[in-house]
Design a protein around this ligand. Structure first.
Ligand SMILES: Cc1cc2nc3c(=O)[nH]c(=O)nc-3n(C[C@H](O)[C@H](O)[C@H](O)COP(=O)(O)O)c2cc1C
Length: 174
């Protein structure tokens, strides 16, 4: 499979560790590309409607090349830290621009990884899962997994051997 991972974190911390563990498990059987949302330039959607949900975005930034990578993927993995009980602004910019080719983003296999500084009993993980479920219902996505992890300091997840193993196994079995 062609797997595109959208990294919503701006630092080499827990999300980066989660992605690396997942890639470690998945790399032998899949072609994997990582989009670091903090490295690309994507302006916010201005709801001009020019795209008609399939023509692409009028913005001359990284919007179209980024969305095209998602359109051409068999599977998309969204990996995000929790910021204010939700996904990060960086990853939301990418998701908003999916509108410009929403009609071409149907029936994707999708995975979601959310990492926050509060325990996984916090409602924030449910809110994020629900958001992706709703997007997935709208776009007929086949959501293969939603994983939530508790990690706060940059290297907390890397030190969590159980989480690292779980993510590697997830990549292997996908
Ligand atoms: C702006 C900001 C907002 C945050 N909001 C939350 C939050 O609402 N809930 C939470 O559990 N952690 C919150 N955190 C902590 C991060 O989710 C946590 O440190 C996470 O591990 C960061 O992932 P990273 O290392 O991949 O960047 C916040 C951190 C920042 C910088």
């Amino acid at each position: 499979m062609k797997i595109v991972i959208v990294n919503g974190s701006p630092r080499k911390g827990n999300t980066y560790s989660a992605i690396n563990a997942f890639v470690e498990g998945a790399k032998d059987n899949n072609d994997i590309e990582i989009i670091d949302s903090y490295k690309i330039k994507i302006s916010p959607c201005v709801a001009c409607g020019t795209c008609e949900c399939y023509k692409g975005c009028v913005s001359k930034d990284d919007s179209n090349p980024t969305v095209d990578k998602l359109v051409n993927a068999d599977m998309i993995v969204f990996a995000t830290p929790v910021y204010w009980w939700g996904i990060t602004a960086q990853i939301k910019l990418v998701i908003d621009k999916c509108y410009c080719k929403g009609a071409l983003l149907k029936n994707k296999k999708v995975g979601v990884i959310a990492i926050g500084g509060s325990p996984t009993t916090n409602v924030q993980y449910e809110l994020i899962e629900k958001q992706f479920q709703c997007i997935g219902d709208y776009l007929d996505w086949d959501i293969k997994f939603h994983k939530s992890f508790f990690a706060n300091k940059k290297d907390d997840l890397l030190k969590n051997e159980g989480a690292m193993e779980e993510l590697k196994a997830l990549g292997k079995e996908i």
